[in-house]
Design a binder for this molecule. Structure first.
Ligand SMILES: *Cc1c(COP(=O)(O)O)cnc(C)c1O
Length: 366
């Protein structure tokens, strides 16, 4: 017997998260310069990091020998102020992915259930599995979360319901009425988790923070990885009623968000021009792709986020063939969407290059 047989069964059974293929790895394999690679696989910000964040991080390097503020005082105050809350309502995470884990740590065990939509962000399933909880997947006709069906699926064992809005990888969004109806039916032993990693991209997103303000069982997740262009830093946060936030604080590592990241995120909050430019570039890129797919008669899912799900046939093959030409997209077989790829919106030239390569690959497959 090897030591593996003594390992936690939930860990052994886990299928590890597969990230987008890294630029350096691709460049090495193709013998290309990394600057020639177009990576549109991880919903990163094509404008790069907020310039204010970069400057703040350079300054923070001078203090790199000092442990970070484990309580994240300044960043939590700034986040709270931005949303009209108090510091006690804000939990920082090593990416908002860590807040997902903290919620599972706090509320899941083998007797409990987590509910999510069929084509929801895959991390919910990974985390539910890791904690031995039952993962309940609710069909999402038209790729839109069916919140009425998700409310119907709640049992006495349910603790967490994840609503990704807009959702990744579908880019779809549920509206205020659907959310209000869902919240009207939420029992007191269940927490509604609104994962809003892309909420800065759509024009009139629903308001879920009002539920936190009312002290309901709601936790809103946000991140600096997308609109602020700081994915490498790993900073995200949860906003929750104080008693819930306090529980999540107990479940985290003492220094879960490093000092450089805290400094960068703090500066990024105030970089409105960068946020605005990101949103505008994204809007133009989405319009570009939607028009192109319509012209070609290619099926796609209208998106509210910074990526678009498109039906190409054999997503694995399209991914591989595009990769050979230096364009990295994301195959969706892991989401049970083998005919689809997800393309992140890039700069104008990146979008054009991506479409050109996609056209060539599809023509060769036909
Ligand atoms: C990108 C993303 C996140 C945020 O991840 P970080 O850990 O903050 O980088 C969270 N939820 C969804 C649905 C995402 O797509």
């Amino acid at each position: 017997m090897t030591i593996d047989s003594y390992a936690n069964r939930f860990v052994c059974d886990l299928v590890a998260y597969e990230p987008g293929k890294p630029i350096d790895e691709t460049a090495r394999e193709l013998g290309l310069d990394p600057s020639q690679i177009v990576k549109v696989a991880s919903n990163e910000n094509p404008l790069g990091p907020s310039p204010l964040a970069k400057a703040a991080m350079r300054d923070a390097l001078e203090e790199a020998h000092i442990y970070p503020d484990g309580g994240g005082f300044r960043l939590r105050c700034a986040i709270a102020e931005m949303h009209g809350f108090g510091r006690e309502n804000v939990v920082l995470g090593n990416g908002s992915n860590e807040i997902i884990e903290l919620l599972c740590h706090t509320f899941l065990n083998r007797q409990t259930e987590l509910i999510a939509a069929e084509h929801a962000f895959v991390v919910y399933k990974l985390m539910a599995t890791l904690f031995g909880a039952k993962y309940v997947e609710v069909p999402d006709p038209g790729f839109i979360h069916d919140l009425d069906a998700m409310a119907d699926a709640i049992t006495a064992d349910t603790r967490l319901v994840f609503i990704a809005n807009p959702n990744n990888p579908t880019g779809t969004m549920v509206d205020q009425q659907a959310i209000d109806r869902f919240m009207d039916r939420l029992p007191e032993h269940v927490i509604a988790v609104f994962d809003e990693a892309y909420i800065e991209f759509p024009d009139n997103p629903p308001d879920t923070l009002k539920y936190v303000r009312e002290g309901r069982n709601a936790c809103v997740l946000r991140t600096f990885s997308k609109i602020h262009g700081l994915a490498a830093l790993r900073v995200g946060y949860g906003i929750a009623p104080a008693h819930l936030a306090e529980l999540l604080q107990k479940a985290r590592q003492p220094f879960n968000v490093n000092a450089i990241a805290q400094a960068g995120a703090l500066a990024a909050i105030h970089d409105t021009p960068h946020t605005k430019a990101t949103r505008e570039l994204n809007r133009a890129g989405l319009a570009y792709y939607e028009k192109a797919f319509k012209e070609r008669g290619i099926e796609y899912v209208p998106s509210h986020a910074n990526f678009i799900l498109v039906r190409t046939g054999s997503g694995d093959r399209v991914f591989r063939d595009m990769l050979k030409q230096g364009v990295i997209v994301r195959a969706m077989s892991g989401y049970k969407l083998p005919d689809w790829v997800r393309i992140s919106i890039g700069t104008g030239p990146q979008n054009e290059r991506c479409l050109e390569v996609l056209d060539a690959v599809l023509a060769a497959m036909a």
